[in-house]
Design a binder for this molecule. Structure first.
Ligand SMILES: Nc1ncnc2c1ncn2[C@@H]1O[C@H](COP(=O)(O)OP(=O)(O)OP(=O)(O)O)[C@@H](O)[C@H]1O
Ligand SMILES: [Mg+2]
Length: 583
């Protein structure tokens, strides 16, 4: 992730544009509608002159009949095209949002495990939800920018047409009047950015504390956590208040500067009209045009800010979408078919990307068909790491893992992962029905099959006692079920998958003896007639295994049956005495 270089703003604008291209027709319609809107705006300023001079001063009855309907018509047309413009633009913006979100999600879901370790879930969610939304605004805002430029040009044209001398002065003075906009804009933008950062800090705190609320309660740290939160919240409000201050200051300051201009202009314009060099209508038409300039110029500034933000969002989104470093998982073409023949680790070395030490060093291991192989070793020895290499959650750093004569990297991911069943300490359930959790990832399953595997997993009985039986929704991460129940559901899931190779990462002691017995018996059913690798924490598992692998500090130090190891492996003897003896 650190290696990623940000490309130029143009690259990201162009990349965003690629997404808008399918909707170019809508964009064109929108641009045309926008041109008409800009014309109408300028024309309405222009109409002030005939309205004043011909109706109010000349008292021309014909003008009285034509000009008011014309004004109404101009605004009617303007309104109509404004609706078309904004709907068309928003339409393609929303479609782009939809596509971008889908693409981003599809890419992230397929990324290798490593990515999910280095990136926090909150950050990924914010890319899918917020950053994509920023890009949505980019093209409409660029089109808006063009609209405002059109309008400004039209209005300046009217102003010059009405009074070239005053208009020249206005052009000179305007930038001074608009300096506060730039100044306040910059200040507000900076505060806005800090505001965003603080909000994301706060949501991180919320997410962490709410999901770890048990820990907070267990250590009664509520008071401390409340203080921590209050501090962050105070900082956020402080920033917000400064924003509000600058916001409320900016309008009066601008108005005051504006009044200076208006005073000057009325003084000069009035002198001209009184001296008979100009008509009131011409003067007010000029004034209207200049006043009308204020809005589009203010919006120009806003558009600029939105575009800057969109570029920042695009940077973050396309960093994920386009990055070579973040390639989706690679796979081979060979289809791995049952039955299981053999599994071999050949001189395997493995290092986690975040650490410098080898997590596994020079592993050589053979697993034979039908065998039950146990792995034992102290905590941190690398047992879990070793088994995650088989389904390629991680790839070896050196050496290779071979199943049925092919490197695991030669197989398609689908066939490789269908071939392997994993039941680990952490049970993962989604918030859907019990049935859907059991059949997850497996198609065309009959109700009879589900009940059969549930029975083998000793889960049928408790499931039928749930309020909605197999249709009971299990709650987020399965909160509505006990630890043992969750495990039996994952065992049923593994039974249904019916994998030729089974990998178990035994729970140390999360279950009480009663439910442990039930889970154990469910596991026995699962292991029947299946090649099994099992990370053993229980004496019974060790005793019933064909061979035992003893691991320490990332290395295999001995392999053999229980009796043999007891006589020749000191570490195994120690483990046996410490861990397994009490049983
Ligand atoms: N995702 C990770 N990133 C970096 N280092 C890791 C990661 N997972 C494990 N490790 C490190 O790799 C080493 C082996 O860890 P592993 O989880 O394989 O041990 P284990 O033998 O399964 O231990 P336990 O019996 O406690 O489950 C440890 O030193 C651990 O700190
Ligand atoms: Mg482990």
């Amino acid at each position: 992730m650190q290696k990623i270089k940000y490309k130029s703003s143009w690259y990201y604008l162009k990349r965003s544009y690629d997404y808008f291209r399918p909707y170019i027709f809508n964009v064109i319609i929108s641009v045309i509608a926008m041109g008409i809107v800009a014309l109408c705006t300028s024309y309405s300023a222009y109409l002030v002159q005939p309205a004043l001079d011909r109706i109010f001063i000349e008292k021309n009855i014909h003008a009285l009949k034509t000009i008011p309907p014309l004004i109404i018509a101009v605004f009617g047309v303007k309104g109509f095209f404004r609706v078309i413009q904004s709907y068309q633009m928003q339409y393609c913006a929303m479609k782009v949002l939809e596509k971008l979100r889908n693409d981003l999600y599809a890419k992230i879901v397929r990324l290798p495990m490593v990515f999910f370790e280095e990136n926090r879930v909150g950050m990924l969610m914010s890319r899918i939800i917020n950053d994509v939304n920023l890009i949505r605004q980019s093209i409409p805002e660029i089109v808006n920018l063009i609209k405002e430029i059109f309008t400004v040009i039209g209005l300046i044209f009217v102003a010059f047409y009405r009074n070239a001398f005053l208009a020249t002065w206005a052009i000179v003075i305007l930038p001074i009047a608009f300096y506060p906009i730039v100044y306040f804009g910059r200040k507000l933008r900076k505060l806005g950015r800090r505001n965003q950062e603080k909000i994301s800090d706060i949501s991180n705190i919320l997410q962490e504390i709410f999901s770890g609320i048990k820990l907070v309660k267990a250590f009664t740290t509520e008071k401390k956590e409340i203080e921590k939160f209050n501090t962050q919240n105070r900082k956020l409000i402080k920033i917000a208040l400064r924003s509000i201050f600058y916001n409320s200051l900016s309008s009066p300051v601008m108005e005051f500067i504006g009044s200076l201009g208006v005073g000057l202009v009325i003084w000069y314009g009035g002198k001209e009209v009184i001296a008979g060099h100009s008509t009131p209508g011409t003067f007010f038409s000029f004034l209207t045009a200049v006043f009308m300039l204020y809005e589009p110029i203010k919006r120009l500034n806003k558009s600029n800010m939105v575009i800057q933000r969109a570029i920042a969002g695009a940077e973050r989104v396309f960093e994920v979408l386009d990055s070579r470093e973040l390639d989706v998982e690679t796979e081979g073409k060979v289809v791995l078919k049952p039955p299981f023949k053999e599994l071999r680790f050949e001189n395997v070395f493995f290092k986690y990307s975040t650490t410098n030490d080898w997590a596994l060093e020079n592993i050589n291991l053979n697993v034979r068909a039908g065998e039950k192989l146990a792995i034992v070793g102290p905590s941190g020895a690398g047992k879990t790491t070793l088994i995650t290499l088989i389904p390629r959650f991680y790839d070896v750093t050196k050496g290779k893992v071979v199943i049925n004569g092919h490197d695991v990297r030669d197989y398609t991911l689908y066939s490789l992962r269908r071939f392997i069943g994993i039941v680990s300490q952490e049970t993962i359930l989604f918030n859907m029905s019990v049935r859907d959790n059991i059949t997850y990832g497996i198609e065309d399953v009959s109700d009879e099959d589900v009940i059969e595997v549930a029975k083998m997993a000793h889960a049928h009985e408790f499931i039928t006692n749930l309020p909605d039986g197999y249709d009971t929704i299990v709650g987020e991460r399965g909160v509505k079920l006990s630890g043992g129940q969750k495990q039996r559901i994952t065992i049923a899931r593994a039974l249904l998958k019916n994998p030729p190779l089974l990998i178990l990462d035994e729970a140390t002691s999360s279950l009480d003896t009663e439910s442990e017995k039930i889970v154990q018996s469910a596991l026995d059913n699962l292991m029947k007639n299946r090649t099994t690798i099992i990370i053993a924490h229980r004496l019974s598992t060790v005793l019933s295994s064909d061979r035992i692998v003893v691991m320490e500090k990332g290395k295999i130090i001995d392999i053999g049956p229980h009796k043999v190891l007891l006589t020749r492996c000191d570490l195994y003897k120690k483990l046996y005495e410490l861990q397994f003896r009490e049983e």
